[in-house]
Design a protein around this ligand. Structure first.
Ligand code: PEP
Ligand code: MG
Length: 578
């Protein structure tokens, strides 16, 4: 038995046999061309690229139909790469100048492009590098369509274990036959991970290299929650995971019975549980998990993976779709949070030394009113179709809120002139995720209609610990007394000014921490849709009286681990193991 640790990205357990998926190790043919062979070789390449484009278009449609248009959009980026001429023109130049075959020319292009990406530590750029590799592999396969290997067909239900699976490979797989996924490399933001999440397959990425030693059909356990991958488990482990899988299934079934019940403690303290989403289609499943609205819609995803800006109309359609799907339930639209680790290629981001402290979120919007106004107009127009709110990320100063209000006023004026239907009065909130905003919340509370606490960033900025750096993971401490103290201050100030306060960082999805947040007075918790039922169940098992006692003991502790153990021990009987 061997255990590998990766990052679990879709909870659930898969137990089954491995289908080992390796990149083709076949070496590419390399040969020189005679002068009269050069132009026919260029045509062969052109045809292969055209065929690839058709193929990608079909995949795009397939994904859009089965998972929703946002997932199809991932392949639109592939087509951008193909139409962008970078690959086509570079490869043609190499064929003509060096008189070598198309396969070899493509190999040179990809190596050149690979070097450009190799110096970019950003995960998103690495993900694009993988997309690019995938495209070139497809073009190479299309250079010899008759020799092309049949797409692999899974006859039986299998766990795919791969070095890295591209979104297009994932899309080509028959959904029914794949029961789990493991990738040696990859990140939670990779396209393959996004698709896997949408397919709801237990998935682990970033295990490190191990598949060379793995045999086809070997038994594999994938724990999408803990991120563990167990190869050839011993009897005891297999049995315990089978039981865990069964427990999980009956737990999920039981949680289903809670969908229409309120998130209320046994003695009647009521909070609201909402969902975090990145794509409009995710709103479809929110009600099924018992979500009472959307507490965070990360709209910047509409700006990524493309080489132009989304138009006002396109944004309007996306927000309208979410508004209509959620009916009268609230939807918090966070204005774009670009920068940090999300860089659209076309916005002219220079290299920054500290991108998380740099040109990010509201800072970009206020410097680019054209972009900001088009987004605000789209929200105001879509608000006619539902209960939309606007929330601004990364606020550090009062001026940023004042300027945002001016942008909203300006957007209203323009819409009035244009005569388009829109809703003027829509609630404005601040995402409190910078310590300065937390300490200034008594002022901010007089200026806005609600707060939401973004602890993913608040922890990073308060403890000065990069949220994406594995060497500072130990400092990423949600129950650090400084964090709990900031949350307490924010809640007190919000309530003193009669506004509601939510929390939409990842910590809200951990049941015992969610109970603590309720004890601290947070009114709304927002999390990944699938996390809602479990958090609701925990809240429904405690009493407010008990939560107050738990909260009152916080002053006795001075570290994250002491507080976390206190929570675990005090709530052991109400927290369901599954
Ligand atoms: C946060 O910072 O807590 C948050 C919810 O926003 P994001 O994770 O998108 O930065
Ligand atoms: Mg944030």
């Amino acid at each position: 038995m061997k255990i590998y640790q990766g990052i679990g990205i879709t909870p659930g357990i898969a137990i089954g046999r491995a289908c080992v998926w390796k990149r083709s190790a076949e070496s590419l043919p390399v040969y020189r061309l005679r002068p009269q062979e050069v132009e026919p070789e260029v045509s062969r390449l052109q045809q292969a690229i055209d065929r690839t484009e058709q193929e990608i278009l079909r995949l795009q449609e397939k994904m859009a139909n089965s998972l929703g248009p946002e997932y199809g959009q991932i392949f639109a980026m592939y087509r951008v790469f193909l139409q962008d001429k970078t690959i086509r023109e570079k490869a043609i130049t190499i064929i003509r100048q060096e008189r070598i075959n198309a396969e070899r020319a493509l190999d040179v292009v990809i190596k050149d492009l690979g070097e450009v990406f190799a110096y970019s530590p950003e995960e998103l750029l690495q993900d694009r590098r993988r997309d690019l590799l995938d495209i070139v592999e497809r073009i190479i396969a299309n250079l010899n369509p008759t020799k092309r290997k049949q797409a692999r067909v899974l006859g039986k239900r299998r766990i795919i274990v791969s070095q890295e699976l591209s979104p297009s490979q994932l899309a080509t797989l028959s959904h029914q036959k794949v029961i789990g996924l493991v990738m040696e490399v990859g990140s939670p933001t990779s396209h393959a991970a996004i698709i896997a999440r949408a397919m709801d397959l237990p998935t682990v990425v970033g295990t490190g290299i191990f598949i060379e030693t793995l045999k086809e059909e070997e038994t594999v356990i994938v724990d999408g929650e803990t991120g563990q991958v167990i190869i050839d488990p011993d009897r005891k482990t297999l049995l315990s995971y089978k039981q865990k899988q069964k427990r999980l299934a009956s737990f999920q079934k039981r949680l289903q019975t809670l969908v229409h019940l309120p998130a209320k403690t046994r003695d009647g303290h009521r909070v609201n549980l909402l969902a975090n989403i990145e794509f409009p289609e995710e709103a479809v499943s929110v009600g099924g998990y018992g979500g009472e609205g959307i507490g965070l819609y990360r709209t910047e995803y509409l700006y990524l993976n493309r080489n132009d800006l989304p138009s006002e109309e396109e944004q309007f359609q996306a927000y309208r779709r979410v508004a209509e799907l959620m009916k009268e339930k609230p939807v918090v639209i966070r204005t774009i949070d670009l920068g940090g680790d999300k860089f659209p290629s076309h916005l002219g981001f220079g290299k920054e030394r500290n991108p998380f402290l740099g040109w990010r979120a509201i800072r970009i919007c206020l410097e680019r009113p054209d972009i900001f106004i088009s987004q605000i107009k789209a929200v105001l127009r879509a608000a006619v179709y539902g209960h939309l709110k606007i929330m601004i990320p990364m606020v550090a100063t009062v001026e940023e809120v004042q300027q945002t209000k001016q942008v909203i006023d300006r957007s209203v004026e323009i819409l009035r002139q244009e005569g388009k239907p829109f809703r003027e009065e829509i609630p404005l909130g601040v995402l409190i995720e910078v310590p300065a905003a937390a300490l200034l919340c008594h002022r901010l509370a007089t200026m806005v209609d609600f707060f939401s606490i973004g602890t993913n960033d608040l922890i990073q900025y308060t403890l000065a610990a990069d949220r994406g750096n594995e060497r500072t993971t130990h400092l990423y401490q949600p129950c650090h007394p400084a964090i709990l103290s900031l949350i307490t201050t924010i809640v007190e100030q919000a309530h003193a000014h009669q506004i509601r306060v939510g929390l939409c960082g990842e910590m809200a999805a951990t049941p015992e921490i969610a109970c603590l947040l309720v004890a601290l007075g947070v009114d709304e918790l927002s999390m990944a849709p699938a996390a809602i039922p479990r958090v609701k169940e925990s809240i429904r098992r405690v009493t407010w009286k008990r939560l107050v006692a738990l909260r009152d003991r916080l002053k006795d502790f001075s570290t994250h681990s002491e507080i976390y153990s206190h929570l675990k021990n005090s709530l052991a009987d109400v927290l369901q193991e599954n």
